[in-house]
Design a protein around this ligand. Structure first.
Ligand SMILES: NC(=O)c1ccc[n+]([C@@H]2O[C@H](COP(=O)([O-])OP(=O)(O)OC[C@H]3O[C@@H](n4cnc5c(N)ncnc54)[C@H](OP(=O)(O)O)[C@@H]3O)[C@@H](O)[C@H]2O)c1
Length: 301
């Protein structure tokens, strides 16, 4: 049976955070969560875009509870401000969807000295999750979902040079960041289980979905956007594995969800496998320690 949103149990009274929710997969995930009754916090770096997304969602779902809190994952100060604001407004957190991301970015360092793809895609989410963990642990049935990619196969984790002090390659840096997201999801699952917490940690990927992520492929984003959506996936279809991972009853901690067909490029959401590197527990533990050191956020260690 293909899982659909209508199979999600009752969600009213539950609260979700979606990072990068103003566009693309994040917006479609927020739409799906709001449509089944979750209150959704749009965690976005640009407040005009966030407000426009909130208005767009409310136009179709006038009963929904949608709010915006600023979050720039490339700034640890912004991550801390976000968590302070969220904690001041909310007393439960059911779903944390770590979705925001950038791809193939030119080499830049963030204000914290992190390579920008690693910061936006992984380290910002690592810190965010650690700082929100107390709220997640207090909320029965909570889940953290990290968004990875087929690109997790493109690179190893460069434990001796995470930030590409030498030999920057935008494709490798993206691959490393998405492998880090996946290894984080698996390692978080192991640590939650070891501590007998009932919060689930899962991962998902959207196959290949036509979104702004491919902003550097100008023709794909303009002339060929509609045809590309027919061959690849629309953002709405790409969000289905994320919604499945966040809401489905048969999903367990440590599961990885993605599209079923064409080498996981498109299709209905199912549980999928990942490469051997992503399962390396020694590297995952070292990455965790380096991430704690870099962000100053320690948890479950
Ligand atoms: N599309 C695909 O085929 C595909 C495949 C595999 C994995 N993914 C993953 O799916 C996730 C969503 O991507 P998408 O395809 O929906 O791309 P998108 O349309 O470009 O959306 C990315 C979102 O992330 C936000 N973002 C970027 N940097 C941020 C930061 N520093 N702080 C806060 N938010 C930030 C963007 O905000 P702005 O609008 O302000 O830029 C935007 O809301 C990413 O993690 C990506 O790696 C996508």
């Amino acid at each position: 049976m293909t899982w659909k949103l209508k199979h999600a149990g009752p969600q009213r009274g539950r609260t979700a955070i979606v990072t990068g929710a103003n566009v693309g997969l994040g917006l479609e995930t927020a739409r799906g969560l709001a449509s089944v009754g979750c209150a959704v916090v749009l965690a976005c770096r640009n407040q005009a875009k966030a407000a426009a997304a909130r208005d767009q969602l409310l136009a179709k779902l006038p009963q929904a509870t949608i709010e915006c809190i600023p979050l720039d994952l490339c700034s640890l100060a912004s991550v801390r401000d976000f968590v302070a604001e969220f904690n001041a407004r909310h007393h439960r957190l059911d779903l944390l969807i770590n979705n925001a991301g950038i791809m193939m970015h030119p080499y830049t360092l963030t204000e914290d000295g992190f390579e920008s793809q690693l910061a936006a895609n992984y380290l910002g989410h690592f810190a965010l999750t650690g700082l929100l963990l107390p709220q997640l642990l207090e909320t029965s049935g909570s889940r953290v979902l990290n968004v990875s990619s087929l690109a997790h196969r493109w690179s190893p984790i460069r434990l001796d040079d995470l930030h590409f002090a030498t030999g920057y390659d935008a494709r490798l840096a993206y691959g490393q960041s998405k492998l880090a997201c996946l290894m984080f999801a698996y390692e978080l699952d192991r640590r939650l289980r070891a501590n007998d917490h009932d919060t689930l940690s899962v991962a998902a990927h959207p196959g290949v979905s036509v979104t702004n992520l491919f902003g550097h492929f100008k023709l794909l984003n303009t002339l060929f956007r509609r045809p590309a959506e027919l061959i690849l996936q629309s953002a709405a279809d790409g969000a289905r594995p994320l919604l499945y991972g966040a809401l489905a009853d048969d999903v367990e901690g440590g599961d990885y969800c993605g599209p079923q067909h064409f080498q996981q490029w498109r299709g209905p959401p199912v549980k999928v496998g990942s490469n051997r590197r992503s399962r390396d527990e020694r590297v995952a533990a070292e990455l965790w320690a380096l991430s704690e050191q870099a962000t100053g956020v320690s948890f479950l260690s």
